[in-house]
Design a protein around this ligand. Structure first.
Ligand code: HEC
Length: 142
């Protein structure tokens, strides 16, 4: 008897859908992972890709500061240390280094981290120092 033995066409279609969903998920995870790896320090990597729409052309007058391995590879500069100690309490610096955001987005993310994640908010001077550092080094605007 055919009926009841083995998966029915409808079930098989469902199985296929699930399989391709899983595949898509794996792919996006893999892409996410390689994305993070691509952000690891590479001395041969150009400062920015001038062909990418959001990336500004590299400005030879202001070369990006060297990543400091003692600060989770955050580029050296005013506020680098404060940023490191403020932010690594919860996650690695990779999540910061891979960003290119507008100033407004950094302001928003700061409040989000404070309100939604319970980030400790330092004094205004330190907050200003960190936000200036983030807007200087991980900006889509400059
Ligand atoms: C109290 C914990 C905590 C602290 C401290 C913290 N974060 Fe986060 N942050 C999170 C969590 C939770 C997420 C979202 C989960 C994830 O993606 O790992 C996140 C995500 C992010 C993201 C990704 C947002 C996005 O759009 O995907 C950025 C960028 C970020 N944090 C930057 C910072 C910076 C910069 C600092 C320091 C000023 C900081 N975080 C400090 C908890 C924190």
């Amino acid at each position: 008897m055919r009926r009841g033995s083995g998966p029915q066409p409808k079930d098989m279609a469902m199985t296929r859908t699930l399989t391709s969903l899983r595949l898509a998920l794996c792919l996006s995870l893999a892409i996410g992972a390689t994305g993070a790896v691509a952000q690891a320090y590479d001395p041969m990597r150009p400062a920015a890709n001038p062909l990418a729409p959001s990336a500004p052309a590299p400005d030879p007058a202001t070369p990006e500061a060297a990543p400091n391995p003692e600060l989770g590879d955050l580029p050296d500069g005013d506020g680098a240390e404060a940023t490191y100690y403020q932010c690594v309490a919860c996650h690695s610096t990779a999540i910061i280094r891979q960003q290119r955001l507008t100033d407004a987005r950094w302001d928003y993310l700061w409040s989000w981290m404070v309100k939604e994640q319970g980030m400790y908010e330092p004094d205004d001077e330190t907050k200003d120092e960190i936000l200036t550092y983030l807007k200087t080094h991980f900006s889509s605007e400059r």
